[in-house]
Design a protein around this ligand. Structure first.
Ligand code: IPM
Ligand code: MN
Length: 363
């Protein structure tokens, strides 16, 4: 199969972690006889520096023309303490989501048996966790009307949703639940917010179309608590943009490391795959960042964008092996030897190559 993939390394550790995913994808392609056409493009601070726009039109064209996008991270400390900066790298991410119509962000949360004691949460609470947070990504307070009044002394951001926006996200949630444990939890703040009441009403109306799915409705403050108390009780969670932003960071704690969690953003055009961590500028260029979240995002890319399940499974199995054998970066190494980012990438790619030999020798 010929796969056209747009490569958006972005800022900070983005280029390093994406570089390892490329090694892994190329190794998988070699093994399965696929042809990958990579096209790189600029985003974030790197794109501001080059052309003054964090998501340039040229990059958008590259994404539209591709079958899938592999993305690193966006953000630069130069902008963090400057609330008056005219353009910010993060605007590139928001513009990209909007222009590509990426209305659904899929963030799976699961535990790795070999890392279960890395989590700050007790083993018995998190064992068996396997949930997906489906976050609405192109609406809500992120994109609502905002501004200042009273000579700048009053500021406002508004959260707006249409029924259609809720429906398309909820439909994906119901469909995912049907392929899993058939449980859907709609997270909102319907005791206070009108937009949340629209969410709840819309999802309630859709229940009849998915009679096998058991639907629950929970307030976001309560979920913030239950997510770390009984994470294994959840299957698919659907929620609006800002609640999803917060809950997905919280959920990453369950797995024990942000450096492990992949994500997919899907919508109207090309789907995008990225690690959930940020650009981690302190580590940029040091060859120490954990590439596994990006590598696992590449596994999602094979499976979700191309339906190539075996390829995805192979990537996941070599990642599991690297965790079990301690071929990991310093964030996971503990007292053991820490491998460099590039060494982990090389090891994974080599394992993928070896796997064929191992299988052949068994036969
Ligand atoms: C994320 C990030 C972004 C968001 C930022 C960088 C704009 O935190 O992808 O979760 O808030 O959506
Ligand atoms: Mn976030």
């Amino acid at each position: 199969m010929e796969l056209n993939i747009a490569l958006l390394p972005g800022d900070g550790i983005g280029p390093e972690v994406v570089g390892q995913a490329v090694k892994v994808v190329d190794a998988v392609a070699e093994k399965f006889g696929h042809k990958i056409n990579w096209t790189s493009a600029l985003t974030g601070a790197a794109a501001i520096d080059a052309v003054g726009d964090p998501y340039p039109d040229a990059t958008h064209e590259v994404c539209l023309a591709a079958d899938a996008v592999l993305f690193g991270a966006i953000g630069h400390p130069r902008y963090d303490n400057d609330p008056k900066a005219p353009v910010r790298p993060e605007q590139g991410l928001l513009k990209m989501r909007k222009k590509l119509g990426l209305f659904a962000n899929v963030r799976p949360t699961f535990t790795f048996p070999s890392l279960i004691d890395n989590s700050p949460l007790k083993r018995e609470r998190i064992e068996g966790t396997d949930l997906i947070i489906l976050r609405e990504l192109t609406g809500g307070i992120y994109f609502g009307e905002r501004g200042r009044k009273d000579n700048g002394d009053t500021a406002f951001d508004t959260c707006t949703y249409t029924r259609a926006e809720v429906q398309r996200l909820a439909k994906l949630g119901f469909e995912m639940a049907m392929n899993r444990r058939k449980k859907l939890c709609c997270v909102d703040k319907a005791n206070v917010l009108e937009s949340s009441r629209l969410w709840r009403e819309t999802v309630q109306d859709m229940e009849k179309d998915f009679p096998e799915v058991e639907v629950s409705y929970e307030f976001v403050d309560a979920v913030a608590m239950r997510l770390v108390q009984w994470p294994s009780s959840y299957d698919v969670i659907i929620t609006e943009n800002l609640f999803g932003d917060i809950l997905t960071d919280e959920a990453s704690v369950i797995s024990g490391s942000m450096g492990l969690m992949p994500s997919a953003s899907i919508g109207l055009h090309t789907s995008l795959f990225e690690p959930i961590h940020g650009s981690y500028p302190q580590a940029a260029g040091k060859d120490i960042a954990n590439p596994l979240a990006t590598v696992l995002s590449a596994a999602m890319l094979f499976e979700d964008a191309f339906g190539l399940k075996e390829e995805a499974a192979l990537i996941r199995s070599v990642v599991d092996k690297s965790l079990a054998e301690g071929v990991v970066t310093e964030d996971l190494a503990g007292k053991n030897k820490a491998y460099k980012t590039s060494e982990v990438g090389d090891w994974l790619a080599a394992q993928i190559g070896l796997r064929e030999t191992a299988e052949t020798s068994v036969q």
